[in-house]
Design a protein around this ligand. Structure first.
Ligand SMILES: Cc1ncc(COP(=O)(O)O)c(C=O)c1O
Length: 400
């Protein structure tokens, strides 16, 4: 007799989500479709040579790196991360840094430590869908706080913080937000930290894009304003996502349970890679690399925004982000970008619909365009297709 897996599976499995809710494989799109769906550095910005050299060095000079070792992470890497955070205004003790398998594992470990079924969790609306993926299986109530041009809206945040039972955490991406591109102003950062402290709710700050500004350095991470902020980061956007190396800065009190949770999950992150990354990010190459990457992303972002102004300036609005990987476009009127996506895919262009970024999947007139992996030529063609397809789909919808 075959096992009846549907009865055996834990209930939480029903809450697991695919990485993006929209199933792009189901869309019928021509082979030359231009996908504005990515969120990774382009091939030409990957650190192949310096990493290869440093990995070879680590491999030869320290064979014991192949053993089991420190769960909290390689000390020189934690020191290097602390030094980089200090340059951005957040002074942290390397002993309060845990090296993780990307920022995603850091979110997961925080959730393991803090969440119980029925808890309230506050996120930004829209928010990073990968965080929703982590929180949802805990059977928590996720509430979205709207954003404006300076970050999360304070009045609404306070209203939700004040309600009982108190939220267990407030998850925010304050710098070059995924997906909305918004950066929380300095004044708003202070106010958000002050509010969270007043109501006794921890902030979980997700900050993988802070080093990737185009022209102006963003305000310091929220961790600079309070030691109670849990702040996570990643080398996925500055080096490469396939490395799976990120970190979590936590209040000292949480380090022991966090290290225990990390050990239970995967024992440790790759020790050779941690050595190579520590060497790479403390070399002069890294600053040059960041400078070049900022220029590439800034140029692509402006090029796409200019093309959108030509192709759909009368249909939609967007705000130019000061850094990061995404443009958040909002169509005029009461339309659902998810419903329009099949028309766009058929015309050879895709985006991630706004509904994927809200806990309640509400229909959204917005969508996210990721531009980092596309050439200028591809973006120009993509914007032109997008304008044409959206125009046709909106005319068709209005005629119905
Ligand atoms: C806000 C945010 N957090 C976390 C992640 C996941 O990062 P990592 O690859 O380090 O797990 C991403 C990746 O898109 C992101 O945008």
């Amino acid at each position: 007799m075959r096992l009846s897996w549907d009865r055996i599976l834990a209930k939480r499995v029903a809450a697991f989500r695919p990485c993006i809710r929209t199933d792009f494989s189901r869309l019928s799109a021509p082979p030359d479709t231009i996908h504005f769906t990515g969120g990774a550095p382009p091939v030409e910005c990957l650190p192949t040579e310096p990493l290869a050299e440093e990995l070879a060095r680590a491999w030869r000079s320290e064979p014991t790196a192949l053993w089991y070792g420190e769960t909290e992470g390689y000390r020189p890497l934690r020191e290097a991360i602390a030094a980089r955070l200090a340059r951005r205004g957040a002074v942290v003790d390397p002993d309060t840094i845990l090296v993780t398998q990307g920022a995603q594992q850091a979110i997961d470990l925080v959730a393991r430590l803090l969440l119980e079924p029925g808890d309230r969790v506050l996120v930004e609306g829209p928010t990073y869908f990968g965080a929703l993926q982590v929180f949802e299986p805990y059977a928590v109530r996720i509430e979205a706080v709207p954003l404006d041009e300076e970050g999360v809206q304070l009045e609404r945040l306070e209203e939700l913080l004040a309600r009982q039972p108190r939220p267990k955490l407030f998850y925010t991406v304050p710098t070059f937000q995924n997906p909305a591109g918004v950066t929380m102003s300095l004044e708003r950062r202070r106010a958000v930290v002050e509010l969270a402290e007043r109501y006794g709710v921890p902030i979980v700050e997700d900050d993988p894009y802070g080093d990737l500004w185009y022209e102006t350095v963003p305000p310091p991470p929220l961790r600079a304003f309070s030691e109670d902020v849990l702040s996570l980061g990643s080398f996925s956007k500055t080096l490469a996502p396939g490395l799976r190396v990120g970190w979590l800065v936590a209040p000292r009190y949480l380090m022991k349970p966090l290290i225990d949770a990390k050990e239970a999950a995967d024992i440790q992150s790759d020790r050779l890679l941690q050595r190579a990354i520590a060497a790479v990010i403390t070399s002069p190459w890294y600053e040059e690399h960041l400078t070049a990457a900022r220029r590439v992303y800034g140029t692509r972002c402006r090029t796409l925004a200019d093309a959108l102004a030509r192709e759909l300036g009368d249909l939609a609005t967007w705000r130019l982000p000061g850094g990061g990987f995404f443009l958040w476009v909002t169509l005029q009127g009461d339309v659902d970008s998810a419903a329009l996506l099949p028309h766009c895919a058929a015309a050879g262009v895709t985006y991630v619909p706004g509904s994927d970024f809200y806990p309640d999947h509400r229909p959204s007139p917005s969508f996210r365009l990721g531009f980092t992996t596309l050439s200028i030529e591809a973006m120009l063609v993509g914007a032109e297709r997008l304008g044409r397809a959206l125009r046709a789909a909106l005319v068709e919808a209005a005629g119905r």
